[in-house]
Design a protein around this ligand. Sequence first.
Ligand SMILES: Cc1cc2nc3c(=O)[nH]c(=O)nc-3n(C[C@H](O)[C@H](O)[C@H](O)COP(=O)(O)OP(=O)(O)OC[C@H]3O[C@@H](n4cnc5c(N)ncnc54)[C@H](O)[C@@H]3O)c2cc1C
Length: 257
Amino acid sequence: MTYQRANLTSALVTKRTDWNDSLFSITLHSPSTQFQAGQFTKLGLFDENGKIIKRAYSIITHPEQHQATGELEFLIISDPRGQLSPLLHSLQVGEQVLVGTEGTGTMTLEEIPVDSRDLWMISSGTGIGPFICLLNDKKIGLRFNHLVLVHAVRHRKDLTYTNIIQSLEKQYPGKLIYIPVISRETHPNALSGRVPQLLDSGELERTAGISLDREKSFVYLCGNPQMVKDTSNSLKNIGLEKHLRRKPGQFASENYW
Ligand SMILES: Cc1cc2nc3c(=O)[nH]c(=O)nc-3n(C[C@H](O)[C@H](O)[C@H](O)COP(=O)(O)OP(=O)(O)OC[C@H]3O[C@@H](n4cnc5c(N)ncnc54)[C@H](O)[C@@H]3O)c2cc1C
């Protein structure tokens, strides 16, 4: 069945990866979706009354990769209390889903002020998705001196795309600094605790080996709204300001709920 209405089109699920019981990635064949690296689009399914349930999901695939393959990948967590995510979780290869024909969102490379030299990408949970997409942009390595990718999760099993991150570290030696942060377990290769406290104590900057400052840093925050709010306050405490198009600053964010 094909479907096209309200900026949605039907797409075939071509691949799925299960990271753990509730966290998964799906790849769709959707050659017509137009987007920029860092943006999100809608995914949707019909409910039992024939009504479309749709929600926003960040695109993992870089636009150049999409152009070559027609495929779009999404990283999703199923919330058993939610309406759409459990339905997406039950999708199998060969089934259809509705997908947006356009990307939306301002967490793109173009929005970052031109004088920024170090890009910090601070994510929680599935919020790492748009940063994997941005890191696959060839311009990013030329434009920035340092790329700091922070991924905050509860458990080690929630750390996703580590293979891709390892190959990106080889692509950007000494430039890409990956810092996993785990809140409910200790692990020798990850920081323990929560991002705002690790910023307040200076541990995040010490681990990155570079400082956060107004002259050279730009920070994108993505994921859990509490993490975004508390981390924004920590950034303000060290003198960084929220970025607005009419008044350039040093950090911007995307809340997932
Ligand atoms: C701009 C934007 C981009 C987004 N990108 C993604 C993405 O790439 N991957 C993704 O899984 N979700 C993403 N979301 C969240 C997504 O749109 C849905 O809200 C989510 O899948 C829950 O939908 P639902 O219908 O199952 O639950 P709903 O009935 O809408 O219930 C929402 C509840 O689910 C929880 N929740 C929502 N999103 C998450 C999440 N990502 N992690 C943990 N808890 C969550 C919150 O407690 C929230 O109150 C994004 C949201 C926005 C606004």
